[in-house]
Design a protein around this ligand. Sequence first.
Ligand code: NAP
Length: 428
Amino acid sequence: MLGCGVVGSEVAARLQSRAEALEERIGAPLVLTAVVVRDPDKERPGVDASVLTTDAEAAIDGADIVIELMGGIEPAKTLITRALAQGSSVVTANKALLAAAYGELMAAADDSEVRLEHEAAVAGAIPIIRPVGDSLAGDRIDRIMGIVNGTTNYILDQMDSQGWDFDAALASAQELGYAEADPTADIGGHDAAAKAAILSSLAFHAPVTIDDVHVEGITGITAEMVETAKDQGFVIKLLAVCERVTDSPAGAGLSARVYPALLPRTHPLASVHGAFNAVFVEAEAAGSLMFYGQGAGGAPTASAVLGDVVSVARRKVLGGRGQYERPFHPERRVLPISAITTRYHITLDVVDRPGVLAAVSEVFADEGASIELMRQTIGEVDDEGIQHAKLVLATHENTDAALSRTVDRLGDLDVVRAVASVIRAEGQ
Ligand code: NAP
């Protein structure tokens, strides 16, 4: 085992405490031969100190299974590649690495006829990799929409349920240990983007990396946006969307994107509260499926790691070839966000006078976009004695490019004092 931190220590403890049950399920005992760490002198309760080492290469050599839980790109990538090349199956939770090199590592596993399992890399304890890769292998997955980052879901959920602003919700997440001291990877959407890349690679058999994913975080979400959403029957969630696109101005392809979006409160993902994760899968024959549970934490993540360990160990005991899951369709490219069909909800601060609605409608008509719903509420009178109004517009589906151009032009109108917020809507 490479790494013995939050997840590794839970895996090591369970390899010991559940040894009998694991042996029963596998048909052979599992022996933890080495645990690679940076600091072998650190106190690690429940871990046999005699197997701790800093020599990763020696630890890997001759191992049937290598469990990589150190994280980061290097030295994890080199060590996993070494393990696969010598014929060891590998179990990893390393989303950062898989989001950068999924195709390359799967091909290495395939070449050596071993397995590279990674259930824990997406949504912690939730079984989603095996359902997508195996259970639905006979179906066609069209769309995956997930809440795959617990920190941001906690923050948005507190803003929604407690009326807190973003800073207060983030501070609470940090206090509870959901958010790191530097929360950028979570609130910037990058952690969710890594998971979107892995899910897209697996579901669409295409080499999707994190650089292909369009990412927007939640730092721009205000208490007022959450309140406006609530008034209209929506909740704001940070969503990872992986989609098969059959028709767009840029042709057919895939979409992999992460952004905060409005969801109808009746949508199954709207009821995912706190730091929980959920993944909503739409497949051609299966229809809609939802997977729900804890997306992080030492013990929940260890559950997924151990499931993978049992799976590769069973294969080792029974014999049989390993990988097959090469993302072999490089022509399935990820389309730019501008070509993707979305819906916007736009809130404008406008001057309350005749002709405003006509001016706004004209911009929409010019850009070939259309308004599904418009709601105006009276605002404040400013220092110059001008009466303002709040105009909330929900658009029909259109390309992101057309909607984005529409917003730019609305902002230029004399009667529009400010574009108060723009947010996409999903799940309608
Ligand atoms: P962690 O607590 O930081 O533990 C990392 C472990 O790896 C430590 O034991 C550390 O050794 C060891 N390590 C790091 N770099 C090393 C190096 N160069 N040489 C030798 N040992 C090294 O990390 P974690 O939270 O357990 O996460 C592990 C992996 O699981 C990551 O890929 C992460 O993305 C993934 N994951 C984590 C969670 C979660 O809830 N934590 C959930 C899903 C997936 P020392 O102990 O000596 O410092």
